[in-house]
Design a protein around this ligand. Structure first.
Ligand code: GLP
Length: 249
């Protein structure tokens, strides 16, 4: 089933997303949460921190597994996704850091790192709720447009579009890593529930193509149409095309 929640603005999007994540944490205190980076989920994470500080949420038994990480960046590098998760969420809640999983950007053997990460996901026993952002080209995690869907954790060469989009966090585009580790489509699709977040007009086309266009690896997020339980929380701008095509009732 696809459920779309329309948010007036980023603040409302963040609160709705945080409500869905916190419902999961409350209903299953030892849930496995699939986490995402990027600018989109930051507000939801801030809201979760606030509710944790009020005493409404307990993450002590929660385990997290992240979608992706840049190859070549250490966890201390300010643009690594490990650093991002620590600063934007993990350090502010009572999650135990050993219960958080992110690919190791400095692993010497990429193939070994991919199988280590696949095993880690498998050992956790299945993701209950996977949070996703979406790239302007329809990527999820770092599953870039391709001629086939990659199933499990793999090393990917980032497209120039993605490197340029992510250059805003680095001093120059040349500093953006050329490769990244990402969960594969099967890892993502195995999650029991998916929460896809999108904000801004730069995501409108990708969101429309993903939810209502043909299912194709050229738009990786389009595979979500085959998932049983997808919740989309998006703002008016990101939903603009979907609304114009008459899909929002
Ligand atoms: C990045 C990440 C994705 C993220 C996407 C959108 O490259 N690898 O996981 O969802 O791009 O990012 P943002 O939310 O900043 O638009």
């Amino acid at each position: 089933m696809l459920t779309i929640y329309q948010a007036r603005d980023y603040n409302e999007l963040s609160r709705k997303a945080a409500n869905i994540i916190s419902a999961q944490v409350i209903m299953k205190p030892n849930a496995i949460l699939g986490m995402a980076t990027g600018s989109t989920p930051v507000g939801a994470y801030q809201q979760l921190i606030e509710w944790y500080q009020k005493g409404d949420l307990d993450f002590s038994k929660i385990r997290c597994v992240n979608l992706d990480e840049y190859k070549g960046l250490s966890g201390e590098h300010k643009q690594s996704y490990r650093y991002f998760m620590n600063r934007n969420l993990f350090e502010h809640i009572n999650i135990s850091l050993p219960n958080t999983n992110i690919p190791n950007g400095l692993a010497p053997d990429s193939e070994a790192e991919c199988s280590r990460y696949n095993n880690a996901i498998q050992t956790l026993g299945g993701i209950d709720l996977q949070v996703l952002g979406i790239g302007g080209n329809g990527h999820i995690g770092f599953n870039e447009p391709d001629t086939d869907f990659k199933k499990e954790t793999h090393l990917v060469a980032l497209t120039e579009e993605t490197r340029t989009a992510n250059a805003r966090f680095f001093s120059t585009v040349d500093e953006v890593p050329t490769h990244a580790y990402t969960m594969g489509i099967k890892n993502i699709m195995s999650a029991k529930r998916i929460l896809l977040l999108a904000t801004g007009s730069s995501k409108a086309q990708a969101l429309y193509d993903s939810l209502y266009g043909p299912i194709t690896p050229h738009v990786p997020a389009s595979i979500l149409q085959l998932h049983n339980d997808v919740i989309v929380v998006a703002d008016d701008k990101a939903l603009d095309m979907i609304e114009k095509k008459g899909f929002l009732k």
